[in-house]
Design a protein around this ligand. Sequence first.
Ligand SMILES: [Mg+2]
Length: 162
Amino acid sequence: MKKEKINLLIVDDEEEFLNSITRSLELRDFNVVAVNRGEKAIEAAKNSSFDIALVDLKMPGISGEETLKLLKEQHKWMEVVILTGHGAVNSAVECTKSGAYSYLQKPCELNQLLEALKDAYKKKVMNRKKIEEKKINKLLNISISNSPREILRKLRELDQGD
Ligand SMILES: [Mg+2]
């Protein structure tokens, strides 16, 4: 069976790091889009759907914090993992309060990175499942207790609440 690939967006202003990490992850079941500015990450996320974003904290232009906020606002299913350099752990912790799934300190081992990304992916899949289950339960309830007209009305409501 073909293994499912994880769609990953990486944003980091250090080109060398970006290139090497992209190469390593592409060999390990990830589809990677790599960009070097927060602005470009926001743009890239508009054009395709990512499971996870790996976001550097310190970048010229919009910061990692800002990038995180915009990504979470615009793509509620995306999980974000923050990459932080030495001495910026406090801001990384702050980021988890703004919705980042986790953070990693640079330089980090590839294994550590892989684990963090796979955990974030599991979280994303679980969340999606939970919401879908809720929706199915609502649908079942609606279809049990209502007239056809009422069922249609409630289905429309449910769609809009997505
Ligand atoms: Mg940086």
